[in-house]
Design a protein around this ligand. Structure first.
Ligand SMILES: [Zn+2]
Length: 267
């Protein structure tokens, strides 16, 4: 069993870049960090190599830019999305990151089946590119926080079963929001267990969400610190310990490293 915990981005106390962020993560006694390319891939390949030299024992991942829609009806947008993902993976390879987390896109007018087939074809194309470049980084489709965004847990698991080089990014707060304030850790971990992952990559935080009528579904509004509006993570910790999982837990709380330390304390 191995557990990696750390912030989504450099700790809140650091404003001097990724490498200083990694050092602070180590100082704090944490051991993971997700590099945020949220608003664009603004790191050169050279820069990524320097991050790789500085990473020490910190497990790195990358969050690809938010502006991605692999299901767009506009080909230009799909191509720009592919490029943002592949640019992220290339940086990830050079810094020694394990996974690039991806918001895949929006269902739009597509039904469940059609959107799945289209998404699968996209990921097959991406996976081929990653392989042909010799990049050793997993593509990580993330469980979405809004119902119009593609990516229910079952779809993500199926995609990762069927496309080589894909591993799920499980966002527990998103699952909690889309299920209108419910989260069944046993069920989630059972579902991903079919993938026989070496390490499961996950996000956690509190979350504000709004229900969609009486459907039993909901949409995320924003991430919050751990507390009254978060899933009960002590139950998750128990389940991880019971299953002796290898898992990375990235704090997407506004309090980043502070809530990462809170979760570490629960272990
Ligand atoms: Zn995300």
């Amino acid at each position: 069993m191995a557990i990696w915990i750390g912030p989504a981005g450099t700790p809140t106390t650091v404003s001097t870049g990724t490498i200083d962020g990694i050092k602070e993560v180590e100082n704090l006694g944490l051991n993971a960090m997700e590099v945020q390319f949220s608003h664009g891939v603004r790191m050169s390949v050279e820069g990524a190599k320097k991050v790789g030299e500085a990473k020490g024992n910190v497990r790195l991942s990358i969050h690809a830019p938010y502006f991605i829609n692999l299901l767009s009806t506009e080909m230009e947008k799909v191509e720009a999305s592919r490029k943002r993902i592949l640019d992220s993976v290339e940086r990830g390879h050079h810094m020694g990151a394990n996974i690039v987390v991806i918001h895949c896109g929006y269902y739009g007018e597509l039904g469940a089946e059609e959107s799945y087939e289209k998404m699968k074809a996209e990921f097959e194309g991406l996976s081929d590119e990653v392989k042909s470049n010799g990049w050793k980084v997993a593509l990580g489709p993330e469980t979405a926080g809004k119902m119009k965004q593609w990516g229910r847990l079952d779809e993500i698991v199926k995609l990762c079963e069927e496309v080589k080089g894909c591993e799920p990014a499980v966002d527990f707060a998103h699952l909690y929001a889309t299920q209108a304030g419910r989260v069944d850790y046993k069920n989630i971990l059972d579902k991903v267990s079919v993938l026989k992952l070496k390490v499961l990559h996950t996000h956690f935080s509190g979350i504000e969400w709004s229900p969609i009528g009486l459907t039993g579904k909901g949409n995320e509004r924003r991430h919050l610190p751990l507390g009254s509006k978060s899933p009960d993570y002590s139950e998750l910790v128990k389940e991880i310990l019971k299953r002796k999982l290898n898992i990375t837990l990235i704090s997407e709380s506004p309090l980043l490293e502070k809530d990462a330390l809170v979760l570490k304390g629960m272990f």
